[in-house]
Design a protein around this ligand. Sequence first.
Ligand SMILES: [Mg+2]
Length: 367
Amino acid sequence: MNDPLRIACVETRHFLLPLSHPMTDATHGVHTEFEVVAVRLESECGQSGIGYTYTIGRGGAAIRSLIQRDLQALLLGADAGRIEQIWERMWRCLHYVGRGGLAAFAMSAVDIALWDLLARSQGQPLWKLLGGYAGEAQAYAGGIDLQLGPDELVEQTRCNLADGFRAIKIKVGRDKLSEDIARLRAVRDCLGPDRPLMVDANMRWTTEQAIRAARSFREFDVFWLEEPTIPDDYAGLSRIAREGGLPIAAGENLRTIYEFRHTLEAGIAFAEPDVSNIGGITNWMRVARLAYAHNLPVTSHGVHELHLHLLAAIPNASFLEVHSFGLERFIKNPPLLHDGLMRAGAEPGHGVQFEWDKLREFEVKGD
Ligand SMILES: [Mg+2]
């Protein structure tokens, strides 16, 4: 008899997609395109699940190759109802070349597809299957806008408020700290005193530079300062949190639960795992529980259409970052924002349905 959860087919596709407009941050410069690696699993009964990861333009072919050449054989015939077991098998399979890095991206795409398949097979929306706490999340507009001056940022902020956002993040890390301060002042004046305002330095600074910047930002009631320095400098993060006087958010560049443990112990205030690079939903939920044990909230990075379900499921959710590099242009039913909130849908699984016909022209064929 055919098993509704036994995996019979694994399909992996790689796309190089144009951004809707150039985006700039302090470490990666100007981005004009991004990659999506998508995995479609199908069970013996024809039940399917979709997972995906993304890059900022490089590494996608290697991720696709890891899935096709190394993980696919392990997945065929496996029971998608035993995700923890599959996750550990993937982790051990790639451990010698992995322990994070590209392997974590490949595992993420597969793991997300497994959870989607499981949730669809049970007729449950993902956020309910994962715990079903609030069913919605507070959202903020995640600007990738280091290139914008004060006047342009004010214009962007007005548009975001008109679109329903009630919290905003801007990039910082310009060559002169005075420029960051002028940009921040302009946005705070536009937002008023009560709406949350976050800033993101994308690892630009040394510890000393970050402490100096954090102190100079305090007058603007910054909700969090994100990635002030490299993720590997736990002692530096600890000093920035203690001496800078602002809550620190970090996590988009962490790829393992062990890195999160060290980072939380360093004294950050907001854990920021990205489901598309931390090893999927299985490991994202582990990070969320680790943060819970530290009495800390969890926020998200990118792919808001997926993170909405995760933050809607847990009791220690903070804000949902809304930016997905414009991926919503290729999704049939992107989630909608209303007065600062996004509500997770009721359809089974994570509910993301790609417009495959629109994606086809951007497909990167394998070797
Ligand atoms: Mg960031």
